[in-house]
Design a binder for this molecule. Structure first.
Ligand code: FAD
Length: 243
């Protein structure tokens, strides 16, 4: 409400009109929520930027940055660029790119992996839209939710486990530098200490399809172990302040 989002409190009976299989004491319905093909959106934005005179350099990993009085020089894999202003929006690598520019970031990126399952085709009708739990404000994660994608598949997840590589999409991908930097960082250690129980539960859920299904069943009780199959993983950043 503070953000101007229009919500409606639904009773259990009203909820079942929208999501017949959901279990809830009460539900906040957000009429304006939606899901988009973000790849499609990005392609349109790229086209419009190009039409307005911007040049897009893709697959150009920034390797060094030199800042001087009149601007900034950025060397990348395929050459270099000179500009008056540099905006660092390197996501999961933003702290390292900032360091390249001589800035000491106040936060460090600690990578977490979110793992997903999807409902098998015969059970997709259990979910019509987007079903979220009420988030626990004490935790840095949103909680497992169910999402009907624009192609009709239904994803359940993500959990959140420490990724042993910034670009690590499974347990087998390990990068020593990334792992040591993450687990030796005071901000991460403090977060880990205060969320140890949750962390252990997340790792257990990462290895157990039964536990994953049980968590999804808190939203839709009919979901069982055999109703889900593994889908891809994603990674997201937790910005951990040092203190
Ligand atoms: C599975 C998943 C679901 C999500 N769902 C939602 C949602 O429903 N709604 C929502 O609002 N948000 C959602 N988010 C969050 C949202 O996707 C992110 O917050 C958002 O993408 C962050 O955008 P960004 O531009 O900061 O970083 P990114 O999208 O990560 O972009 C960073 C870019 O920088 C590039 N880069 C990195 N290092 C370098 C370098 N050295 N040189 C050059 N380029 C570099 C990367 O290749 C990348 O293209 C979701 C995230 C995940 C992982």
């Amino acid at each position: 409400m503070a953000n101007g989002v229009v919500t409606r409190l639904l009773s259990t009976a009203e909820t079942l009109e929208f999501e017949p299989h959901v279990r809830a004491v009460k539900v906040l319905r957000v009429e304006a929520t939606g899901i988009i093909d973000y790849g499609g959106v990005s392609r349109v934005l790229a086209r419009k930027a190009a039409e307005n005179g911007a040049s897009l350099l893709l697959n150009a990993r920034v390797e060094s940055i030199r800042v001087d009085r009149s601007g900034v020089s950025v060397a990348h894999a395929g050459g270099s660029v000179r500009a008056g202003l540099l905006i660092n929006c390197a996501g999961l690598h933003a702290d390292r790119v900032a360091t390249l520019a001589g800035v000491t970031p106040e936060v460090r990126v600690v990578p977490f992996r979110g793992e997903y399952y999807e409902l098998v085709p015969a059970r997709r009708d259990l979910v019509r839209g987007l079903i979220y739990p009420v988030p626990d404000p004490a935790l840095p994660f949103l909680g497992l939710h169910l999402t009907r994608m624009i192609d009709g598949t239904v994803h359940g997840g993500p959990n959140a486990v420490l990724a042993l590589s910034r670009e690590g999409y499974d347990w087998r991908t390990i990068n020593l530098r990334d792992s040591i930097e993450a687990i030796s960082y005071p901000g991460f250690l403090r977060m880990a200490r205060s969320n140890i129980g949750t962390g252990v539960g997340e790792v257990a859920r990462s290895f157990s399809q039964r536990l994953f299904a049980r968590s999804l069943a808190r939203l839709v009780p009919e979901i069982g172990r055999d109703d889900i199959v593994r889908a891809g993983a994603s990674r997201s950043a937790r910005r951990c302040p040092r203190r």
